[in-house]
Each structure stands twice: as C-alpha cells, then as structure tokens.
Design a binder for this molecule. Structure first.
Ligand code: ATP
Ligand code: AMO
Length: 466
C-alpha cells in the first residue's frame, strides 16, 4: 500500500516532502480559473491545500474539478508540503499542501442540512457574526440531533465522545486494578428494579417483562454469588415522562457493587479514589479534546479536592437553611435546591465535586440499608458535580426477611423479584455499591447545558431516531 499521512501529523518537519492525505472538503475558494484553495479536514484537523495551474502537473480542468467538489465529500490529495511566511487562518495545521493530484473518493450531496462550519461556532461567535450582518444559519439542538451524523463531525463533538470513551476506560482500568470483576447482567427482566413507573414494559414470549431500569438486582446477586467486587458498563432504560436537560430514556450506566466489612464509607472511598483518578487523567490525557470543546462551549475546569468532601444530608440542609431555603428534613432535594447547595459548597469548600450522604430513608429505594443509629436515615449517598447528581449509592439490606418487608412497604410487586429476595436466603455478605450515569459525568465535567450533547444518539421522551 501507499504511505498515508494523517492531517493532524502535517507539520514543518515534513517541508518539501510529498504527502498523501484523505479528508473531507471543508471549504473551497476559487481564485480566477488558475487557482483554488481546498481546506481538507480529517477528524477535526484541517489543512489548506492549494491548486495552481502548472504545466504537466495541474491542468485548468483539475482546478475546475476541485472547485466543483461539494462540501463534506471525501477526497484524496497528493502534494508537496510547504511552509507559508504568515500564519494560516481557518486551518489547524500551519503548513500548506501544493496539490499535484486530487481524487474524489465519494461525494456528498451539494445541499447539506447542516453546514459544519456553522455548527462548530460558539454562541458568542454566532452572535457577533449575526451582528456583523453575516449570512449564517443558527443550528438549533433539534436540527443537530436530526442530522447527528453531520453534527458529530464538529471538533467539539469529536472531543466530547473521546472524553466519554476515556471516562469509561478509566472506570474499567481503575476498578480492575482494585480487584473488581467486570460482569454483564440481563437487560430483559421480569419487573422493575428501582420502583416507580419509569419502566418500559414488553411482552417476553407471552410473559410480562420490562427493560432493566438498572443492573441493581443482578449486581447484588453477583455479590451473593461470591464475586466480592463487581462492576458493569451497560445500557439502562428509563421510561422518563419529563423532558429535562438531564434525563434520557436510555443511558449508559457505570455500576459498582462490593462487599463491605464495617461501614458504607468503604464504598464512598472507592468513589473518591475512582473520581480523583478519573478527573486527573482527563485533565492530563485529554487536553486537545478539552480545548476543542472549550472553543465551542466555554467552561471553567472542574474544581475538585484531593480528598473528596463528604457532607451529611443534615449538614446540607443546614447550609441551605442558613441562606433561607426551607427543606423538609426527611424529604428529597429538588433540582433547584441541589444547585443551590452546589453553589454554597463551592463558596465554602472550594470544590464542585462532593458527596452528600445519610439521606432520609423514605426517599431511597427499597433495597437501601437504614442507619443503625436512626432508621429515619439511611446508609446512602448521592454524588454531585457542579450542583447536579451524577451518582446514587448505598449499603444494601442483606437480610432477606427485612428486604421482603421493605419491598412490600415500598409497593414493589414482590412476585417479580422473588429470585432476588431468595438469593439472600443462602447466606449473603454485607455489601453496597453505586451507579453512575456516564452521559451525566461527561456533561457536567465539561459544564455542557444538556445531556443530549453527551449522548451520541440520544433517546428522550420525544426521540427514537436517528
Ligand atoms: P435518582 O433516580 O437517583 O433520583 P435522578 O437524577 O434521575 O436520579 P430524579 O429522582 O429524577 O433524579 O430527580 C432528582 C430530583 O430532581 C428530585 O428531587 C426531583 O424532584 C427533581 N426533578 C426530577 N425531574 C425534574 C424535572 N423535570 N423538573 C424539575 N425537577 C425535577
Ligand atoms: P439512580 O436511579 O440514581 O440509581 O441512577 C444512577 C445514576 O444514573 C444516572 N441517571 C440518568 N442519566 C440519564 N438519564 C436518566 N434518565 C437517568 N436516571 C439516572 C444519574 C444517576 O445518579 N441502582 C441505583 C444505583 C445504586 O444504588 O447502585 C440507581 O439506579 O447519574
């Protein structure tokens, strides 16, 4: 095969060498009939290619052909690398390619529903361009999602999904290094695992069934099966009714379950080490991606402490009370008070990542262990980034009689979870765990305003395509 060079690798070291590159046509500009500029883009990196009519090398027809190419078409270009005297605007690479050969591999339709240049601009740039009287089509969220294949070609989106991959990667690497075993639990199950109505019902060969709302029951059963410490990366289905900026009907769950020796703080210790490792690694290994995202969606780096702050729910409520927000001490926080508490914590402790634990039992799922000293509270926690929830976790009830009682008290149809309850009759160790929403981690680490931005092909109450 021939030797190919990636656009991102084109630099001054290659001066005067011939390079063969493949990319998409990002922009074309003709200068008379004898010259044309083609900006070629490969995965977010762009280079300016120049065609100049030259006897025996570049014909006038070749220039004409180049200027007729439609945007986003895929082309191969062979040319000599040159270094211009001035900096190049509108391309990431600071060299040019003097084209000798150009070949269209596959063309895109001429009238694209989204112009990638426009889709890649920041809100600020768009405002300024519109004020300056530029003809530009503002690309709204729905249009982006309708034509997602085009939308995800922007540098910011390329960055977002590479970061998502790294979050998943660190999650796996870290847990493997701490002796956890990766498992896969069924997504077709007999009943709801989290309670509530947000479940997709289906017909399982004549039996009523549903899509798993979480791996909760089976990850606990894996602990009953003596795996000691397990994790799972898999899809989670929630038939959410409300259309919010942070709920999807299908998302990726990063789940953990582990034996506990003495206290549920052992589970929070894992959260602490895992996330400090993850944030460090993202800041370290994903600089280019974070810059690309920042170009379009401005955000400040996440503030987090070397040892994650832990506050009890009561302490949180107290902080809110002090600024005049009244909360039911045995109720849940709503979105607004969660955000407010996030602000207060940032002001007081200088961190945007923290754990809130000892939630009131009444607002937690049936499998949650009550506090030994006060059964109105529970050995549970939520974790927040920038005032929004990314994790729920808890110690679980491991005594079958009490688990059954709790399930009944919470209105769960116990027939559908009888094999789960039975698992605890054969000897079950004390245990706990947590569930992380992958899309929420990426959304909030990058301070994106909508979870649809961190889901490749989002599923929400109104969208099942593309
Ligand atoms: P979890 O299932 O663990 O609670 P979650 O992030 O999906 O995770 P929800 O229970 O859906 O959380 O909501 C958390 C809080 O946010 C609740 O107290 C609820 O009142 C509030 N909330 C949920 N949906 C909305 C909404 N559409 N608008 C305003 N507040 C909401
Ligand atoms: P919970 O229901 O809180 O807990 O879910 C865990 C985490 O999943 C994310 N999440 C969502 N992300 C996108 N769209 C949604 N509709 C959505 N709902 C939840 C959040 C949340 O923190 N079994 C427990 C976990 C455990 O205790 O181990 C559970 O499912 O980031």
């Amino acid at each position: 095969g021939r030797k190919w060079t990636e656009v991102k690798a084109l630099n001054e070291d290659l001066k005067d060498q011939v390079a063969l590159i493949r990319g998409r046509v990002q922009a074309i500009r003709a200068v008379g009939k004898k010259m044309a500029f083609v900006v070629l883009r490969e995965r977010g990196f762009t280079v300016q290619c120049i065609l100049t009519v030259t006897p025996d090398v570049v014909s006038a027809q070749m220039v004409k052909f180049a200027t007729s190419l439609s945007r986003e078409s895929i082309v191969d270009i062979e040319g000599v690398i040159t270094v211009p005297a001035t900096t190049i605007k509108g391309a990431t690479q600071q060299v040019e390619v003097q084209v000798k050969k150009i070949y269209c591999v596959n063309k895109a339709i001429p009238a694209l529903p989204i112009n990638i240049d426009d889709a890649a601009r920041s809100e600020e740039e768009i405002e300024n361009a519109l004020k300056a009287g530029e003809q530009l089509v503002r690309v709204n969220q729905d249009t982006r999602l309708n034509f997602r294949v085009l939308d995800i070609r922007t540098p910011a989106n390329q960055g977002i999904f590479r970061i998502q991959c790294q979050v998943e990667n660190i999650f796996r690497q870290f847990l493997l290094s701490e002796g956890f075993v990766g498992i896969h639990t069924p997504k077709l199950i007999a009943g709801s695992s989290e309670g509530g109505s947000a479940v997709f019902k289906l017909d399982y060969k004549g039996q009523p069934a549903c899509l798993a709302q979480s791996p909760q029951l089976h990850k606990q059963m894996a602990i009953c099966g003596d795996f000691g410490r397990v994790f799972e990366i898999g899809p989670v289905f929630r038939a959410e009714d409300s259309f919010t900026h942070r709920h999807l009907c299908e998302f990726t769950g990063l789940d953990v379950e582990m034996e506990i020796k003495e206290h549920y703080s052992e589970v929070m210790d894992v959260v602490d080490r895992l996330f400090v490792t993850m944030f460090d690694s993202l800041n370290d290994t994903c600089q280019k991606e974070l810059e690309a995202i920042n170009e379009q969606y401005r955000f400040k780096p996440l503030k987090y402490l070397r040892k994650t702050l832990r506050l009890t729910f009561e302490e949180g409520i107290q902080m809110l009370r002090e600024v005049g927000v009244e909360i039911d001490p045995l109720g849940d926080l709503n979105t607004e008070s969660e955000r407010k508490l996030g602000q207060l914590v940032l002001e007081k402790y200088d961190t945007e990542f923290y754990i809130l634990h000892r939630y009131p039992l009444a607002v937690r799922p049936f499998y949650t262990m009550p506090c030994y000293d006060n059964p109105l509270y529970s050995n549970s926690f939520d974790v927040f980034i920038r005032g929004e929830e990314i994790i729920s976790g808890a110690q679980r009830v491991h005594v079958p009689e009490y688990l059954l009682e709790r399930a009944q008290a919470c209105g769960i149809d116990v027939k559908t979870i009888s094999t789960y309850i039975d698992s605890f009759r054969y000897g079950a160790p004390p245990h706990g765990g947590f569930g992380v929403g992958l899309e929420r981690v990426v959304m909030l680490f990058c301070a994106l305003n909508n979870i649809r931005k961190s889901s490749l092909f989002p599923r929400d109450p109104q969208r099942i395509a593309p």
